[in-house]
Design a protein around this ligand. Sequence first.
Ligand code: FES
Ligand SMILES: [Fe+2]
Length: 334
Amino acid sequence: MSKDKAQQQKGHWQAVALSGDVGRKPQRVLFEGTPVVLFRAGGKVNALFDRCPHRLVELSTGKVVGGDIECPYHGWRFDGEGRCTAIPGHVGKLPHYRVRRYHAIERDGVVFVSAGTPEGEPYLHCMQGQDVIVRRVRSSTQSTVIDAAENILDATHTHFTHKGLLRGLSARRHAVRVEVTGGEGWVEACYTGEERQQGLISRLLEGERTKTVGRFRYPGIAELEYWGARGLVLATTFHLRQADERTVEGVGWLIGPRQSGLGHLKALAFKPLFTIALEQDRRVLKSASDNARHAPQALPTIGPLDFLRRDIAAIIDGKMPPAAAEPRKHQIEL
Ligand code: FES
Ligand SMILES: [Fe+2]
């Protein structure tokens, strides 16, 4: 990672867990290769380096006592700021010890952590501020952020990886226009001209589709919007992060418009189907990740339909995506 990039990322909030995951018990998450313990005290979520400074035991295997986290080995306690507040058996003034603290906040049912001092609020999802129904999901995939983000945004794998679910069983394709635009920290592909999709998910949930938008945002956010004649039909925003070298963790929102009772049912039906699609993607991404270790010098080919790959790579690297200077138009069969 370049220095610029490391600097830039420090000021960012990253989604690390669902609020519901952080209950009475401390929770360990991997954040940029570092274990972080999340614990709730006085309703607030705190985040500390998950390693007791004494004998390096995982604090997350301890418990929360009176708002502090207590190490299970000798019972040292640390407050939400990471300050040591108790050394059982010690008489007299407490020495100053501390464990590294991370900024943490909760927004819309999701816990965000930052390695620096971020300004402003975290970005949540593409329908933020609108009257929508949301479901939240968490995922863990053996992959890299760029491969996982590209997978979410890639329309061409659905015929194969998700045959029958997102696409029909027939091999019929339609002429589709794709417009790729971008700017600082984002790139998007807008697909128009698709007819109604024949896959199970589409038949269940959609009417006429007018456009599909796939967007990537810095540092690892992939979102999809499906638009129909009467507005938004479905959307998802996934926050991805490299938990460790081989694992991408994601926290995502599934978003549906709030409408009649039926709208609510549709949103409920969507989640299990979505879970199946996610599992299908996890399988191919794991296969690719395992296989990448063989002949690692041979890099993956960027094919003519991989519209966003170079732009995503540039954004992750803290650079302007090529689409910012030169928007592109493609004609494909989808
Ligand atoms: S290792 Fe944590 S208190 Fe000793
Ligand atoms: Fe997929």
